[in-house]
Design a protein around this ligand. Structure first.
Ligand SMILES: NC(=O)c1ccc[n+]([C@@H]2O[C@H](COP(=O)([O-])OP(=O)(O)OC[C@H]3O[C@@H](n4cnc5c(N)ncnc54)[C@H](O)[C@@H]3O)[C@@H](O)[C@H]2O)c1
Length: 448
């Protein structure tokens, strides 16, 4: 059923403020689901590209959906908050909440800026819905800000609808989420959200309706849990390294236990990206402000374990290079923080590549999607365009992002172009038996 077929009356008109990884995906998918959507961003270049059918980042399936949505005429983009205020019944706020410079706290400048600018143009009843990941208590503060700033005053309500999409699977996660969380302050706000997500709810998606602080906390609690699970198995990898045990066998054996499960229990270089690291840091910072820092003090250790995996990966490359990295030619397979994304925010791969570079290695980075972003951010590194070209003459190869095309590398073909058959598998993505059989010295974190 599309929103227009709905018996509940006219479908709400939606705006999406902030059209980055989250907002562009949300805007496009909502238009595909049948809503009239206006995407708003302060970046005119982004708005221009989206309006002309170009998704400004790598996300499988999204360019096709953007074309489809633009064709229907239901999706438009603008930099005008005035248009947004006039157009929308429901306004989704999807701007960034990065880590503050010099602090663990979240930087809320973009959220505050977007909400203030939008509120100035809200002249009738409307619902502002936060989707960005924010410290608990932000929604209560923004409610006051919105109602004080909007010409429509308390006719404008605020709700929170945390987003759980994963880059690389963003389309599917948006069209078929495993749950929806609505933090609301009135039955009207819940009704509005139910109308905005009607096509998704009709598929049987569970909806959790709750208050604002719970909705805000769900997101950081989920990310903390996932980060903890990753760091847990990586802590076991550290123990394995000291004992000669094999963390991949350990993880496999644990994964058969239904109570534990195998997902997010993959040892390796650890997590990065624009969410997990900054979210757990902002959560511990906020918990300390609230006087409950001790309750989540383990997150500091989760973060520290994660950072140590990056250092240990550099150590493995150094060991394979014979103890000194100066002048050693290293091919780094991967730049994105994970496969199927071009996102390099806090990417473990680039952290490792840059540390190797600073230690004197001559590093060539290759990545199927993220070299453009990486080159802009770190011009000091060298970038290759294809795997075998990048590996030519390498003394050590290090796999840092587990793209399928790296998993499928033929060890014989790569062996023919490198200077030395030495590989560090930072993601446990390769078959050590196959690589060793092809004459490679193979090393991986947490394995003998
Ligand atoms: N990327 C993900 O996978 C993901 C998943 C779940 C939640 N989140 C959360 O969603 C939020 C956005 O993340 P993202 O990855 O999309 O970030 P992003 O940096 O890709 O996008 C943010 C966008 O907001 C725009 N913007 C900044 N200030 C603005 C303003 N005042 N008005 C309008 N637009 C403005 C920027 O130009 C940019 O296009 C963050 O809080 C993040 O934690 C992200």
């Amino acid at each position: 059923m599309t929103p227009a077929d709905d018996t509940r009356g006219p479908a709400p008109r939606l705006t999406v403020i902030g059209t980055g990884y989250l907002g562009a995906t949300h805007a496009i998918c909502m238009a595909v689901l049948g809503f009239d959507v206006l995407g708003v961003d302060v970046d005119p270049d982004k708005i221009e590209r989206l309006g002309s059918g170009e998704v400004p980042f790598f996300e499988p399936g999204l360019p096709e959906l953007l074309a489809k949505a633009l064709d229907t005429g239901r999706l438009r983009f603008t930099t005008s908050f005035e248009d947004a205020g006039e157009f929308g019944d429901i306004h989704f706020v999807c701007v960034g909440t990065p880590q503050q410079q010099g602090s663990y706290a979240a930087d809320l400048t973009y959220v505050d800026g977007a909400v203030t600018e939008l509120a100035r143009h809200l002249r009738r009843r409307a619902l502002v819905v936060g989707k960005s990941t924010v410290p608990v208590g932000t929604a209560a503060r923004l409610t006051e800000l919105v109602q004080r700033t909007a010409p429509a005053g308390t006719d404008v309500e605020l709700a929170w609808n945390p987003e759980f999409l994963r880059e690389g699977y963003a389309v599917d996660d948006t069209l078929r989420p495993d749950r929806l969380v609505f933090g609301t302050q009135s039955p009207w706000a819940e009704e509005q959200l139910r109308a905005a997500f009607a096509p998704v709810i009709e598929q049987g998606t569970p909806v959790v309706v709750t208050d604002l602080p719970t909705a805000e906390l769900v997101k950081v609690a989920a990310n903390s849990f996932l980060a903890t699970k990753i760091s847990y198995i990586n802590a076991m990898a550290e123990v394995c390294e000291a004992t000669g045990a094999d963390v991949t066998g350990l993880a496999q054996a644990l994964s058969y236990d239904d109570r534990i499960g195998g997902r997010f229990l993959r040892p390796g270089l650890g997590f990065g990206g624009g969410c997990l690291p900054k979210d757990i840091r902002a959560f511990s910072h906020r918990a300390e402000e609230l006087g409950v820092g001790q309750a989540v003090s383990f997150l500091r250790e989760v973060d520290a374990i994660n950072q140590r995996r990056r250092a240990r990966t550099v150590d493995l490359v150094r060991e394979l290079a014979g103890g000194d990295l100066a002048g050693v030619r290293v091919t780094a397979l991967g730049a994105a923080f994970k496969p199927n994304s071009d996102d390099i925010r806090d990417a473990p791969a680039l952290d490792v590549a840059r540390t190797l570079h600073r230690a004197g290695a001559v590093v060539t980075v290759v990545d199927p999607a993220a070299t453009g972003n990486a080159r802009r951010a770190y011009p000091e590194l060298t970038y290759g365009t294809d795997v075998l070209g990048a590996a030519a003459g390498a003394d050590v190869v290090v796999l840092l992002t587990e793209w399928t095309e790296f998993r499928e590398i033929d060890p014989q073909a790569m062996g023919a172009v490198v200077a030395g058959r030495r590989i560090v598998d930072g993601r446990h993505a390769l078959d050590p038996v196959r690589w060793r059989a092809a004459g490679w010295e193979y090393r991986a974190l947490g394995r003998p």
